[in-house]
Design a protein around this ligand. Sequence first.
Ligand code: B12
Ligand code: SF4
Length: 480
Amino acid sequence: MKFLFVLMEIPRRFLMAPHFAQGLGSLSALLKQEGHQTDLLRVGDIVPDKIARKLRDFDPDIIGISSSSCFAGKLPNVVEQLRQGFNGPILLGGVHATVAPEEAIEIPGLMGIVRGEGEMPLLEFIDCIKSGADHTKIANFWFRDGDRILRNDIRPRIEDLDSLPFPDRDIFDYHNLLAENPVAEFMFSRGCPFQCAHCINAEWNRLYRGKGKVVRYRSVDNAIAEIKQVAERYPEMKQIEFHDDTLTINKDWLKDLCTRYAKEIGLPFACNVRPGTVDEETARMLKEANCTEVRMGIEAGNDFIRKKILKRNLSKEDIIRDFKTFKKVGIRTWAFNMIGMPYETPLTIEETILLNRLADADFAQVSVFTPFPGTETRTLCEEMGWLSDRSMETYFQNESPLDQPGLTLEQVAYYNRIFRWRVMYPRLAPLVGLLCRIPIGRKKVVYDLIFPLIKKLYRLIKYHRDVGENAAAQPHCEGT
Ligand code: B12
Ligand code: SF4
C-alpha cells in the first residue's frame, strides 16, 4: 500500500535548518519493512499547489498526518486541502491526537485519530484496509461514527525498542537535509519519569498508566549500530544531537554508550540533560565521549514558579551546581528558559536572568511560555481565565498567549528580545534595551530591522567561534 505521511511543522523562517522527525521515521521504516511504500509531505505554510502536486505524484492509498498541538489551528485547513484531491482514509497521529483527542477527533475529513505510540496500531490499520477487515476496534484508535465517538483503549507501551527498525531517514531527503545542516538527530529512549506541569510527558504517562515501563532504552549495541549505519549512508553527518528526554538517567547504560561511542564513533555531540540527574563522574564520561554541549532547562528563576507552578523540584543551588559541573569538565552549556509563565512578573523574569548569570550558562535560550493542551499549566491558565485566542504555533514567536495581570504583552516581547543580551552580554544590554523601546510608526524599526540583523550577526559569530562551521541546528526546550 502507498502511505503518505504529512508532517506539520513551523514555517521554515522560524527554523535555521529543517529537522528530522524520529516518530515518522520510525513509522515509515516499519511500513517499508512490511513491504509498503511511503512518502513525506512537510507542511509549514499551507501551499495548496504543493499539496495537490504531492497527491498527484505519489497517489497514496492512505494519508497519516503527524502534528503537535502547536499546529492545531491549521489542521482543519490542511485536511480540507488534502480532501480536495483524496478520498481515502486520512488519519491524525502524534502529540495533538494523544493529548487533545476530544478536539482532534472533531476535525472534519479525518477518518480517525491514533493516540500514543503509532507503530503497531498503524500496521494493524493498514492490514485491515488491505484485507477489508473491521478496523474500528484497533487499540489506540478513535473513530467518529455519526454522533458517536469510538474511543478504543490504549495498548501497552513498546517494551523492546530494539524490535523496531532504525528510523527511515530517506523520506526526509536526508542527504540534502544534512548538506544544509550536518547535524544528525538520534533518540535511543522513549519516556520520561518526571511530571513537570508544562510538559506533555505527564499526560502521556497518565494515558499509559499500568501499561508498561515508562522509560525504555534501546540496547547500546543497537544504538551504536544505528549511528554507524547513518554515518555510512550519509557521510555528510559531521555532528550528532541526542534528543532523548532522559539520556543521563540510566547511568550504567550511559556509561556503556559513552565508552562504545568514544571508541567507535567519536563525532562531537550535544544532548539534553535534566538538572539533578548528573554528577561529575557522568559529566566526565560525556566529555570523554566527545560531548561538546549539554542543554539543560533552567526555565524559571523564581522558586514558586519553578517548584509549584512547573513542578520542577529543583533548587537554584541544584541548577547552578550542575551548570558548573559541566563547565568544570569543559562542556559548553545551553540553558532553556521560559518567560510569561503563570504568575510571572518583570521581577520574576529578572530572577530568571540572574539565575542564568549565576549558572554561567554559555548560551541562554528563551521562549515564550505556551500552555499546551493536556498539561497542568493549561488547566491552571484556563481556570484563571488567562488563556487568549492568540496563536500558540511556535514559542519562538514574540507574543504571549496569556493575558495575566502581572505581566503585559509588551513586557513579554521586551524581555524576549533582551533576555539573551542581559545574560550573555550584560554590558551591551542597556543599549539593546534602549533600541528595543524606540517606537517608529506602528512597527518598531529596531524590532523589525535592526534587531534581526544584530541577531544574525551574533549567531554567525557565536556559531563559528564556539561550535565550528558544522553547527546550525536550533534546539528548543524539549522539556528537559
Ligand atoms: C525532538 C523534538 C523536537 C525536534 C525535532 C522535531 C520533530 N519534527 O520531530 C525539534 C528540535 C526540531 C523540535 C522542534 C519543535 N518542537 Co519539539 N520535541 C521534540 C521531542 C523532545 C521529541 C519528539 C520525538 O521525536 N519523539 C519520539 C518519537 C518516537 O515520538 P513521537 O514523535 O511522539 O511519534 C510517535 C507517536 O506520537 C506517533 N505518531 C506521531 N506521528 C504520527 C502520525 C501518524 C499518522 C500516526 C498513526 C502516529 C504518529 O507514533 C510515533 C512513533 O511511536 C518532543 C517531546 C517528546 N518527548 O516527545 C518535543 C515536542 C514534540 N516539541 C514541542 C514543540 C512545542 C516544538 C516546537 C513547536 C518548538 C518551537 N520551536 O516553537 C518546534 C516545532 C517543530 C516542528 N514540527 O516544526 C512540544 C509539543 C507540545 C505540544 N503539545 O504541541 C513537545 C511535546 C515538547 C514539549 N514541550 O512538551 N522538537
Ligand atoms: S520537562 Fe523534561 S524532565 Fe520534565 S517531564 Fe518533560 S522531559 Fe521530563
